[in-house]
Design a protein around this ligand. Structure first.
Ligand code: NAD
Ligand code: DAU
Length: 335
């Protein structure tokens, strides 16, 4: 039986990963450590609450006591660090938590892992660590040039994880994925925000000229890649994980308006994000050579994502009220 120590499992990608593992493997144990920030939601995993293959710890990855307790009590085979502050706009407004969780939290996990036996330490990094690229695509050996506090904090953790491999032989692997979409994504990120706004006949706030490009990766493809890399990846290596679906934000907006049957008049061009990266693009030859590539067709995955938000209003409506609405009103000028 494989034991997975997952951090940030109540967030978007983490919870999809827990679903992916527990759906696919009868003989797995998942231990999830999550601080339950605004982005962590117990509802994402409520179907596993009474499943003996799943154990939840409410806690902070910066707290070495709880991290150590999990190592001692469960002796995990894999640690997969999803926990992070993940929203670029929030990092521009207030970087503090990003430095603490994304860097110091990763440090605490690495330092504790060093005291114990672990088969794999997977650091979930991001394509944003490379910075923006006008033409061509980034390979794993390209220099890092993060351009906002979120991506800088992720780059710090990425290199710190590598240093634990190089210095202490910790079996670290680093993954750098492109923009994910799918169920359970907090409705502050482009796709869930625009889908749910369209459903509520609210404006879709397009930053700048809307021509920034992202490479969209369906979250279950990302989960499959992480699992594949954990089992087959080479220790000390970095793997880019891209979806192969580069689209401008305007193209994404048009797809959402068409699929939700809403008018063009919902588009609203607003002030650009500070330091807004123009384009992300990944060369994924290394992962393809290892034997993995995404399986989902982009249009079908978008359609099923939109259907999921349509069918799960009770999941996202409460998230768009109260404290979040206040934050949103204060930070999103021009709406
Ligand atoms: P998310 O914001 O949806 O979820 C983050 C989770 O981490 C939440 O459950 C939150 O409660 C938890 N968390 C935050 N601080 C914590 C702490 N100190 N201790 C314990 N738990 C804590 O994030 P996401 O979009 O699911 O991203 C997951 C990971 O994948 C992040 O590391 C992110 O940098 C990386 N990533 C995301 C994308 C993307 O498109 N979303 C792409 C590439 C990489
Ligand atoms: O590339 C991977 C990264 O993708 C992850 O590491 C991050 O955790 C994740 O948040 C995401 O970062 P982005 O900044 O690319 O995602 P976001 O959904 O915030 O924005 C996508 C694009 O859409 C970006 O060009 C900004 C634009 N945008 C976003 C929002 C929220 C808008 O035009 N309007 C919006 O309201």
């Amino acid at each position: 039986m494989k034991k997975y120590f997952i951090t940030g499992g109540c967030g978007f990608i983490g919870s999809n990963f827990v679903h992916y593992i527990l759906r696919g493997k009868q003989d797995a144990l998942v231990i999830n450590l999550d601080k339950l920030t605004y982005a962590g939601n117990l509802k994402n995993l409520e179907q596993f609450e009474n499943d003996e293959r799943y154990i939840f710890y409410h806690g902070d990855i910066c707290d070495q006591q709880i991290v150590r307790k999990i190592f001692v009590d469960h002796k995990p085979d894999y640690l997969i660090n999803f926990a992070a502050e993940s929203h670029v706009d929030r990092s521009i407004g207030k970087p503090d938590d990003f430095i603490q969780t994304d860097i110091f939290g990763a440090f605490t996990l690495l330092e504790t892992a060093r005291e114990h036996n672990i088969d794999r330490f997977i650091q979930i990094s991001t394509d944003e660590v490379y910075g923006s690229i006008e033409k061509g695509s980034f390979s794993e050996t390209d220099p890092l040039m993060p351009r906002n506090p979120y991506s800088a904090s992720k780059a710090g953790a990425d290199r710190l994880a590598y240093s634990y491999f190089a210095t202490y032989d910790l079996p670290v692997i680093i993954t750098r994925a492109s923009n994910n979409f799918g169920p359970y994504q907090f409705p502050e990120k482009l796709i869930p925000l625009f889908v749910t706004n369209a459903m509520e006949n609210e404006k879709l706030p397009i930053y700048g000229d809307g021509k920034n490009i992202r490479d969209w990766l369906y979250v279950s493809d990302h989960c499959a890649a992480i699992q594949y890399i954990a089992d087959n990846g080479v220790i000390g290596e970095i793997y880019n994980i891209g979806g192969g679906n580069e689209l401008t934000n305007l193209e994404i907006t048009d797809i959402i308006l068409e699929e939700t049957n809403k008018p063009n008049s919902l588009k609203k061009f607003v002030q650009d994000r500070l330091g807004h990266d123009r384009r992300y693009s990944l060369n994924c030859d290394k992962l393809i050579a290892l034997g993995w590539q995404p399986k989902h067709n982009f249009s079908q995955a978008m359609q099923s994502t939109i259907n999921w938000y349509r069918d799960n209003e009770q999941w996202w409506k409460p998230l768009k009220s109260g404290e979040y609405l206040e934050y949103y009103k204060q930070n999103y000028k021009g709406l």
